[in-house]
Design a binder for this molecule. Sequence first.
Ligand code: N7H
Length: 462
Amino acid sequence: PDLPTVQASDILVGMQKAEELFYFFGIKNAATFKSKLASDILPLITTTTEILDTATQPLTMVNLAFSNTGLLSLGVHDDLGDFNFVQGQFADVHNQTFLIGDNPSTWEAPFAGTQIHGVFILASDTLANINTELANIQSILGASIVEIESLQGAARPGDEKGHEHFGFMDGISQPAVNGFTNPILPGQTPVDPGTFLVGETGDPNLDSRPAWAKDGSFLVFRKLQQLVPEFNQFLTDHPLDVPSLTPAEGSELLGARMVGRWKSGAPIFLSPTHDDPVLANDKNRNNNFTYVIADALPDPGTENHFNQTNCPFGAHIRKVHPRGDLDPIVENSHFIIRSSIPYGPEVTNAEAAANTTSVDRGLAFVSYQADIFNGFMFLQNIWINSVGFPFGKVDPTIGVDPIIGTLGGGPKNISGLDPAVFDLDQTDVSHDVVIPRDFVISRGGEYFFSPSLAGLSFIATA
Ligand code: N7H
């Protein structure tokens, strides 16, 4: 209960609004920027306290975060204790030890390098509000900053609200934060606040953080393009052959088994053969599961090692949160808080007819963590892109994450997607579904530090 809620918003509570702008900038005049930050920008920053209650929410929520080169350009040379942050995200594209799996040629120029110094995140009900606030910020900061890139995110229209562009409900599962989340819902794992907030209990680098960084968080931003017509065509062309299902339902099932949830958000582990919107909307049930299968076998728990009847080992949500598949200490050390939003328009009729993307759309991915390696990097490099993960199952070649995993853009063998063959020899790759190409392509990103209000004040006077 004592966790301070003065950190800038979006970390513990997402700035969830219909419209959200990411405005990436470079700093041209540090002295002017810092003085305007202190006098006019700080009062605009929205706190967690403010967004917890709709009565105190501002018309447009504002948050501000800096890259490593941004902090350096402002004269802040403290070591924040995060080596991924120091190098910036583009370096991790080339880092042979911890590959994030991106092909550098797909990165858009503004992100390819370290020229982005900071990002303003603006969220509101309308685009007009966002544009007004952006104009305000630009007039305050004048020529002390220069725009490098902007990405306008927006909730999808009508019934698709809350769904990402492939059509799946997002934002259902978040970890609970000890001392903050109340109530903790069934199936939500409570973790130490220091998993997300620097300087709090459980921060893996608690002793090495500068005082001003307390209650800030590292923000991983990724522009992830989604090839929606191509994804849909793949599902249409490869319906799972289940006797009771029509081909259209077989295609729906394949998509659900790739993600681990139906489009409504219902977990396939709890509803393996058909979508269940009532389950999807029930907060007390839609996360209340682990992948542990009780013991139909003489040796309790062993069935879990080869049973993917209800949910493939490699389903997206199992890869990134292997509930019960790992030692709890390991499993619970790699939580992130997600605060992503779709960008780009709906698929046009022409794109659907041609099964080809011609307009850019995808996910403006945002995750918060106190340690980029333990959070985003661990998930991306070790869980998502390891063919063998979750390790220790009967099948050593499960495949990469079928939604966001990559083997350099080429075909990906994924086991366990087809329930008709789950109980055959799972190590036989001829039972795998082959996904011919990536349907999610990284267009770039950056690592930022999102300071608390006190942290922003410190930076302003550094
Ligand atoms: Fe994922 N998708 O539509 O398929 N994700 N994700 N993600 N994701 C989740 O449970 C998606 C991405 C996580 O606790 C859902 O809230 C897409 C990255 C985590 O059970 C859906 C993209 C990373 C969870 C999607 C994408 C993650 C999660 C179910 C890219 C980390 C919680 C909704 C375009 C590096 C898992 C929900 C849990 C859930 C999709 C990216 C991680 C539908 C399309 C890059 C931790």
